[in-house]
Design a protein around this ligand. Structure first.
Ligand code: UDP
Ligand code: LCN
Length: 806
């Protein structure tokens, strides 16, 4: 980047830079974000009548494109530049147009000064730096490979392990010895004591099984294999055992990364899994659509069901059926005594449709009955997590009759609990974020003190730093969740370097190039959500009932609005009434476009109709806004607002009914981390228009199987929908084409089968890595613990005291 700046200074563009800067100085804000910067530059270009190419192709144009932020201080300007994904450079430009690079520390000090929170005494502020702990772990080089951690890790591990054949075989032997289930030894027994014996016996066993019919059940030759040193776990038939032994044989003789992965993926080492989803209503009925309870609950429930299924399949394939192996998955959440008619006050609940997956609810200790008896917002939950983890450990040990093999955290609070549990029980920890609040709220760190009363970000961001660094591996739903796109910063990336004025500076909060990051998107529940064309699986009565609810039923207690013409094409959306979900923005977009109203009705499924029914501030504001927009644009007769909470099967059918009416689905969120409703709509066969900010950018391929919208540009959004609708009116096959492609997209890329097999394979490989690599994470974990005790706990205690006065 410094060359680019130099090129500007050495050319006639220097005067452009000078004029552009003088324009910037007139801006009332002294902290400009990318959008503002692009706008000012655009204005400059048109005012000085620059050709189109100047905006995009001049040196200055390029510099502006890469500039994320500009901060003005006195006569200096600080340019924060992101020359490529996951990297940042900072320069100070003086009034004389001198350019100097700035350090991260200088940048953070500058930001503090901007909000008048600078601590001039050197050494007054804690500086957090996780960088040194990653110095001796492998790091990916090319940003495009970020999120493919396990592939990289296999290659790295293999090249390291295989360098010293003797040591490698020793580790392998020790690893094979490790595995047992309920006290029964798996894989190898004492008859194999040395590497030579291992290698010899593998060949012998291969010769033995290859002589047998490949479908002969394992039980019939189990004892002969045992005599050779092999215990259950190699396969359920002679053919499968032979295959697994062959992979091991190859691994011993000519090791390669793919062979290592293929082998480890077959090792029976995961039977018991904990999924932590701590806050909110976690249940199977009556919980969705409430504050804090959306996609995360859907995701974790579906994941639990599918993990159990996959584990069961793995048990069968590994030949462990005879041992009475029963995999178990526990969703750990909090028990809510005042559960408002849901089962959230029940200690144990079986997950529907499973044999051994459970929701285990552990109560919060009775610190303050006003709080702990009730639902607590995720923003207030922090003081209760440590004791919750301690109590949960006991319950988990009792439920599993031992320790679990994998702990998966969900969201900031669940990940912190997962860290505490994993640390205490010495188990592999996996993190899932769903959404990181830091990038959701603009300037959430810089102004954390002003926001503290409402959001307690000091606790949340500290918890995030702890959990994401402690995790053995992290799975994200998209690539951009980790490192964003060419022009936007990723959610994890936003933890790289930031200031929490007067609390701490983070100079290196997370190693984005670490192989711990893996993209593993979720799937969609295929029992509830499936193409509208599968009429044989649909129930006619439900179809009729839901069509009535959607278009005609008059029931003011739960439905607002009566359609003048219910046959118009429906524009449909369903979400919680959060500000960020922006259903009000969609209503406004519809309100501003008379043309759109001409062709379509707007139908929203959005939680509640009345302010009095909501206990959530944001939700109340949104309810008021939606009524206001309906009046302002006089949308009466054109809009239906369903304040209903649908059951799972109804919510599946509702997308299909909209598809029967050749409708479209719009997801207008200002930011969406992933967006399960998009998968649900697409698999149902609905042409989908989804926000370009966040995960949908990776789910949809624009104009192929759906469309991107910029929900902040109402006119453009309306035009895009209108263009589609009019095209379909002239050529109804166009609707069918997009619908078919949307369905194909989900089936090819977003199924739970793909998700769970990948997740389990990751869990095994990271478990193996932990075991074999001599890398010691203890120093990192000690640093993290210090952070937990010295920063997190005092803040949590303070918040608890506030709660006690409520
Ligand atoms: N949902 C629902 N009823 C509602 C609102 C949402 O059943 O009133 C479901 C929806 O079908 C989806 C999930 O909640 O499965 C929302 O997930 P998404 O990832 O779209 O957003 P989140 O709410 O997690 O931000
Ligand atoms: C939370 C969100 O905000 C959504 O974008 C995700 O789809 C959901 O969790 C499930 O991961």
């Amino acid at each position: 980047m410094s060359e680019l700046i130099q090129a500007i200074l050495d050319s006639e563009e220097k005067s452009d830079l000078r004029s552009f800067i003088s324009q910037l100085r007139q801006h009332e804000q002294n902290y400009l974000l990318r959008n503002d910067i692009l706008n000012v530059f655009g204005e400059y270009c048109s005012k000085s009548q620059k050709p189109e190419t100047f905006y995009t192709s001049s040196h200055l144009g390029k510099l502006i494109y890469y500039t994320q932020e500009i901060i003005q201080e006195d006569s200096n300007l600080c340019f924060i530049i992101r020359p490529k994904i996951a990297s940042q450079e900072v320069y100070r430009l003086t009034a004389d147009l001198d350019v100097e690079p700035m350090t991260v520390q200088e940048l953070l000090d500058l930001r503090d000064r901007l909000v008048n929170k600078f601590q001039p005494q050197e050494g007054d502020l804690l500086e957090l730096d996780f960088g040194p702990f990653y110095d001796y772990t492998p790091t990916i080089r090319d940003p495009k490979n970020i999120g493919k951690g396990v592939q990289y890790l296999n290659r790295y591990l293999s090249s390291k392990l295989f360098q010293d054949a003797k040591q490698w075989l020793e580790s392998l032997l020790n690893f094979l010895r490790l595995h047992h289930y309920n006290g029964v030894q798996l894989l190898i027994n004492d008859r194999i004591q040395t590497q030579q014996q291992l290698s010899l016996q593998v060949k012998k066993a291969i010769a033995f099984v290859s002589d047998r019919p490949s479908d002969e059940p394992y039980e019939q030759f189990r004892f002969q294999l045992q005599m050779m040193g092999f215990e259950p776990g190699w396969g359920n038939t002679a053919g499968r055992v032979e295959e697994t032994l062959n992979i091991l044989d190859e691994l011993i003789d000519s090791p390669a990364p793919q062979t290592l992965e293929a082998f480890i993926s077959r090792v029976p080492m995961i039977f018991r899994i904990v999924l932590v989803s701590a806050h909110g209503w976690f249940g199977q009925e009556g919980v969705l659509g409430r504050p804090d309870t959306g996609g995360q609950v859907v995701y974790v429930l579906d994941q639990a069901k599918n993990l159990e299924k996959q584990l069961q399949e793995d048990v069968v394939l590994a030949g462990l059926e005879g041992l009475n192996v029963q995999p178990k998955v526990i969703i750990l959440t909090r028990l809510i005594p005042n559960s408002d008619g849901t089962l959230c006050n029940q200690r144990l609940e079986k997950v529907h449709g499973t044999e051994n997956a459970w929701i285990l609810r552990v109560p919060l200790r009775d610190f303050n009955p006003n709080m702990t008896q009730n639902w607590i917002s995720r923003f207030e939950f922090w003081p209760y997590l440590e004791s919750f983890a301690i109590d949960s450990e006991k319950e988990l040990l009792a439920e599993f009759h031992g320790t679990p093999d994998l702990i998966v955290g969900n969201y900031s609070d669940g990940n912190l609990v997962a860290f505490l549990l994993a640390r205490r029980m010495k188990v592999t920890q996996c993190n899932i974020a769903h959404a990181l609040e830091k990038s959701k709220y603009l300037f959430s760190n810089l102004y954390w003190q002003d926001l503290e009363e409402k959001y307690h970000f000091s606790l949340q961001f500290t918890a995030d730093l702890i959990a994401m660094n402690a995790a053995n591996f992290v799975i994200s739903s998209t690539y951009q969740e980790i490192v964003g796109t060419n022009d936007s910063v990723g959610q994890y990336e936003s933890y790289k370097c930031f200031t929490m004025p007067e609390l701490y500076h983070v100079v290196n909060g997370i190693e984005l190039f670490s192989p711990k990051f893996n993209v593993v998107p979720p799937g969609v529940n295929e029992n509830a959500y499936f193409p509208y064309t599968r009429t044989e699986d649909r129930v006619q009565e439900d179809r009729d009932r839901l069509a009535e609810i959607l278009f005609t039923l008059e029931d003011p207690s739960q439905i607002f609005g009566k359609l003048d013409d219910p046959t118009k094409r429906p524009i449909f959306s369903m979400a919680r009434l959060d500000r960020i979900k922006n259903l009000t923005g969609l209503a406004e977009c519809f309100g501003q476009s008379k043309d759109l109203q001409e062709h379509c009705n707007l139908i929203l499924v959005a939680g509640k109709l009345r302010v009095e029914e909501s206990g959530d501030n944001e939700e109340r504001d949104e309810i008021i806004r939606l009524y206001h927009i309906i009046d302002e644009y006089n949308l009466h007769g054109k809009i239906r607002w369903l304040g209903v909470r649908l059951s799972k099967s109804d919510s599946g059918e509702i997308y299909r009914v909209i598809a029967d009416h050749k409708g479209v689905f719009v997801q207008p969120a200002l930011f969406e981390a992933f967006g399960l409703t998009i998968l649900e709509a697409m698999i149902s066969g609905l042409p989908t228009f989804a926000t370009q900010f966040g995960g949908p950018l990776e789910i949809i391929q624009n104009k192929m199987n759906g469309f991107y919208i910029n929900p902040t540009n109402l006119e453009e959004t309306a035009t895009k929908i209108l263009e589609f609708v009019t095209k379909c009116e002239h050529n109804p096959q166009y609707w069918d084409e997009i619908s078919r492609k949307a369905i194909d997209r989900v089936y090819s890329t977003y199924t739970w089968k793909i998700h769970t097999s990948k997740l389990l394979s990751l869990a095994r490989i990271y478990g193996f890595w932990n075991f074999t690599s001599k890398e010691n994470r203890e120093d990192l974990l000690r640093y993290i613990e210090a952070l937990f005790y010295l920063i997190y706990k005092p803040a949590a205690k303070q918040l608890l005291q506030q709660h006690q006065h409520r």
